[in-house]
Design a protein around this ligand. Structure first.
Ligand code: NDP
Length: 383
């Protein structure tokens, strides 16, 4: 039997031409591929070049993606037409349904993290597998998958190693999956591995209404913690309380360390700090002896160099600076964490707050919103 569709390594597809009863054929008038089995395939709307080769049509494709050609403000985000990528051995080509917008994308855009230019932003997405390369058995075309940590998701299509893709359960939508991969697995390793929360622990989560903050608060609650959070305004405070925070502090108006010290004179077991520069010193001050400061981000800026002797003076404290990639490095870890997050969503135990969706072309708008501190929960780009 002839293959329905073969995507080559040189960005083209060869489609055998059948009659109208076949599963896939070309409407020569509109130059569109028609298939009763697939929903209209955006990929096919943008052929760069069509070549009629008698028994088959060869089509070269283009896709849209957001790239940076230089680092800088959100203005450097540029919508570009690129040749579609192709799946090599061990890889899959995925049509992206939703791509997560994360702070790490801002760091790459600014040049805080180095990248070879031009660079397609984005490291988190969910979508449908279009084709797989050689030696891929784990997944197949048509599977619903999600992934993170692989650059290039601000795009209509992406290629990813098949062993870094996780299947999305039927009861979890593409948008939920894209919204939960990076931040949900981050919240999971923070609460279960970096500092495993025990019932009764006194915990502080900074930026409690942010993407990670809301998920981490829900997980800490489920583990039995007593939770303090910080947020910058009343509206965010409401969201944080709804996620399970016992005490929400407006750190833009009050001294959070003073307030916590009054309520818990012994100090906290753990502080999860993603704000960094503006909170770090006081985060150390609110810990009990042998308490743990988990610095996992720098939304307000990087923490300056630090004298380790301060840890001894403040009571044999622990400080760690973890990253997600080291907590999902093996396929087992990836599947365990993604599975835990997706199951919790499917069972209604974990709510993903999808705040805004933006068309791909509005990526700069999404970045400005994230940086201007006015967002809560997750931002998604829809290609
Ligand atoms: P958030 O949705 O939490 O957005 C950042 C929040 O930080 C803002 O909404 C704001 O909340 C707070 N904030 C405080 N000061 C500032 C400031 N000066 N500028 C901007 N925001 C500020 O983002 P994410 O959930 O996507 O990510 C949170 C952090 O976690 C990021 O720093 C990110 O890099 C990090 N991260 C780290 C990972 C890791 O493995 N190490 C993985 C994933 C994320 P408010 O207004 O309430 O103060």
């Amino acid at each position: 039997m002839q293959p329905l569709l073969r995507i080559s390594t040189t960005h083209y597809a060869q489609i055998p031409i059948y009659g109208s009863k076949s599963a896939l054929f070309l409407d020569r008038k509109s130059n569109h591929l028609i298939s009763p089995l697939l929903k209209p395939f955006r990929l096919w709307d943008n052929p760069i070049k069509l070549q009629d080769r008698g028994s088959f049509i060869r089509i070269q494709f283009k896709m849209q993606a957001i790239q940076i050609l230089t680092t800088g403000s959100a203005d450097v985000l540029t919508l570009r037409d690129l040749p579609t990528p192709a799946a090599g051995p061990g890889e899959a080509l995925i049509r992206i349904e939703a791509s997560g917008v994360n702070f790490i994308d801002v760091y790459f855009r600014e040049g805080r993290y180095p990248a070879k230019l031009p660079y397609t932003l984005g490291q988190e997405a969910a979508g449908t597998v279009v084709a797989v390369g050689a030696n891929v058995t784990k997944i197949k075309a048509g599977d619903r998958v999600a992934w993170c940590g692989i650059p290039g998701t601000y795009a209509q299509l992406a290629v990813a190693p098949a062993n870094r893709l996780v299947q999305i359960p039927d009861s979890v939508s593409f948008q939920q999956a894209a919204g939960a991969m990076l931040q949900g697995m981050t919240a999971h390793y923070l609460a279960h591995s970096t500092y495993p929360i025990r019932p009764g622990d006194e915990v502080l989560v900074h930026a409690g209404s942010g993407g990670v903050g809301l998920l981490l608060t829900q997980m800490a609650k489920a583990l039995g913690a007593h939770i303090f959070t910080t947020v910058s305004n009343e509206e965010k405070a409401e969201l944080s309380r709804a996620a399970g925070a016992d005490e929400v502090i407006l750190y833009t108006r009050e001294d959070f360390a003073e307030k916590i010290r009054k309520q818990v004179p012994k100090g906290l077991h753990v502080v999860y700090d993603s704000v960094g520069k503006s909170t770090f010193d006081k985060s150390l001050e609110v810990l009990r002896p042998r308490g743990t400061l988990v610095l996992f981000g720098g939304s307000s800026g990087a923490v300056p160099p630090f004298d380790l002797m301060r840890l001894s003076a403040l009571g044999s404290l622990y400080v760690t600076r973890p990253t997600l990639k080291d907590h999902i490095a093996t396929t087992e870890d990836l599947e365990l964490r993604a599975g835990a997050v997706f199951n919790a969503i499917a069972e209604g135990m974990l709510k993903v707050r999808l705040e805004y969706t933006y068309p791909l072309v509005d990526a700069a708008h999404a970045h400005r919103d994230l940086e201007s501190r006015k967002t809560t929960g997750k931002l998604l780009l829809i290609p």
